[in-house]
Design a protein around this ligand. Sequence first.
Ligand code: HEC
Length: 131
Amino acid sequence: MTHLKFFLRAPALLAMAASFALTGSALADDLALAQKLATNHCAVCHTFDKGGPPGQGPNLFGLLGRKAASETNFTYSDGFTKAMAGKVWDEPMLDAWLTDAQSVAPGSAMVYSQDDPAKRQKIISYIKSLH
Ligand code: HEC
């Protein structure tokens, strides 16, 4: 009877292995897509690499968990500094920011709004992967 058990299990194990492999590459594809989206939407003004220079906006490496307006090599606008005082970047705040930056920090020098939640989520997942 042990033989029969093995035959029953083997396909299930194979299927499991295949689905793990798929999940792995699907995740890598997702992240590649997310990076492309972030590059297209943000890289004209922001760098994402560790220690990268500021552009028109501050470097975004390690953003989540970082205090807002805390990049010392970047001069933030008064509107942004006032609105974000004491705040720390987390996913909901970043989602709100990307939905409409001006409604989070009126008068900010960043004018951006992305009304597609799936695109915002991808950009956030890319930023989350940078640490
Ligand atoms: C046209 C230029 C421009 C684009 C495009 C742009 N930003 Fe910005 N961003 C800025 C500027 C300028 C600031 C500084 C805001 C201020 O001081 O008012 C900023 C600030 C930020 C901050 C605050 C960081 C901190 O240190 O507190 C985040 C987060 C951010 N941008 C994310 C993004 C993301 C993500 C994208 C792409 C979806 C993006 N930005 C696209 C110009 C831009």
